[in-house]
Design a protein around this ligand. Structure first.
Ligand code: PRE
Length: 354
């Protein structure tokens, strides 16, 4: 893949997707997109050879925007294939403007916002939440002036303990990415520092914001998995990237499959999942989204260990399972196979049950 070829990612600069793109495509030209949908559009139209999109977070689960695009309800992305994955450690910061303690010397305000979370009730056990999660960190500065928060919806769910302890009643505004949130806050219209963003530390630098709190995620091991997209006509072997680097003999693969089932047919979902078990294939995830065809109908997504193309790894089992899936599902689509990057992910051979 030449340097002139582009990698589309969810931007702007300093988003977590940008980090995934930089780390995995250090020699390519990176093209920020406004939305995840724009990344899909760029790859489908081949204006970018590669796309990088968030897929799943270790604390907050699947990225629904991405699943909805894979659902492809209007057949806009028939040629999108997943060809790789990448992980980024996600450590969120609260970014805004430092405001010094009020001139009347009311240090109590500063103290209450940087030390004691007791006023919120979050860390107070109740009958409903006997063991409430405590925030892992405290604000570094007074944050009592913050009136409005901006971030990507995924980030709210990753910072629950901090937000419900220190910014419980603060209004929230969803943004297309965390870096876009930082960008918006950097042009805070009333310039009173009442707006703050949840974004990464690099975003503080890029958008000239102060770090009001660092490491506000609920789990220290917070990570997001990104998927690498390509056009089905492109050739993997031309892609010079760390994310697609080959480890002969040690490679483990995953395949992403979507399918719908007849809503009224008893056992249709169980039968569809059963085809993978029949060939001894390990399912590592299952998600669903509304199908868009009728209320309460769903499209299901499964990740399966193995590949459709590598006979050595998959022994053709996935191809066989997909042939069976064709008989029991209303529709299905194979969204691609790729080499797994996760540590400790091993294929365990199980006897097949034909
Ligand atoms: O907003 C960003 O910075 C993104 O790259 C998106 C995204 C996501 O959708 O999961 C990526 C990583 C974090 O989990 C939070 C947001």
């Amino acid at each position: 893949m030449s340097e002139s070829q582009t990698v589309a990612y969810l931007g702007p600069k300093a988003s977590y997707t940008h980090q995934a793109a930089i780390e995995n495509f250090p020699n390519c030209s990176l093209l920020p997109q406004t939305s995840i949908e724009d990344v899909f559009i760029a790859v489908q139209a081949r204006t970018s050879a590669i796309g990088v999109v968030p897929f799943e977070n270790s604390t907050n689960g699947p990225v629904f925007f991405t699943l909805d695009l894979f659902a492809d309800r209007h057949r806009r992305f028939p040629d999108i294939k997943v060809c790789g994955e990448a992980f980024v450690d996600v450590h969120h910061c609260l970014l805004g403007r430092i405001r010094s303690a009020p001139v009347d010397g009311n240090l109590a305000t500063l103290r209450s916002s940087t030390s004691s979370p007791s006023t919120s009730g979050t860390t107070t056990p109740t009958a409903y939440i006997p063991l409430p999660k405590k925030p892992l960190t405290k604000p570094l500065h007074n944050i009592s002036h913050v009136r409005k928060l901006y971030s990507h919806p995924q980030a709210w769910g990753q910072c629950n303990a901090f937000l419900s302890t220190y910014l419980r009643q603060t209004e929230r505004q969803d943004c297309s990415s965390t870096s876009r949130a930082a960008d918006i806050v950097s042009i805070d219209s009333n310039a009173e520092g009442e707006e703050a963003a949840i974004a990464c530390e690099l975003a503080a630098k890029v958008y000239s914001l102060d770090i009001l709190a660092r490491g506000i995620e609920d789990e220290r091991g917070n990570r997001t998995r990104f998927l690498i997209l390509r056009h089905s006509d492109s050739d993997d072997t031309n892609l010079d990237t760390k994310a697609l680097a080959h480890i002969p003999n040690a490679a483990v693969f995953k395949t992403l499959v979507s399918f719908t089932v007849a809503h009224t047919s008893p056992g249709a979902l169980a039968d569809s999942l059963g085809v993978f078990g029949k060939y001894g294939l390990n399912l590592t995830s299952i998600s669903s989204r509304p199908s868009g065809m009728a209320a309460w109908h769903y499209i299901f997504f499964v990740e399966v260990l193995g590949t459709t193309s590598d006979k050595k790894e998959g022994k053709g089992a996935i191809d066989a399972a997909l042939r069976d899936l064709d008989k029991v599902a209303s529709s299905w689509r194979c969204l691609g196979s790729w080499e797994v990057k996760e540590e400790g992910m091993e294929v365990v051979e199980r006897p097949t049950n034909p």
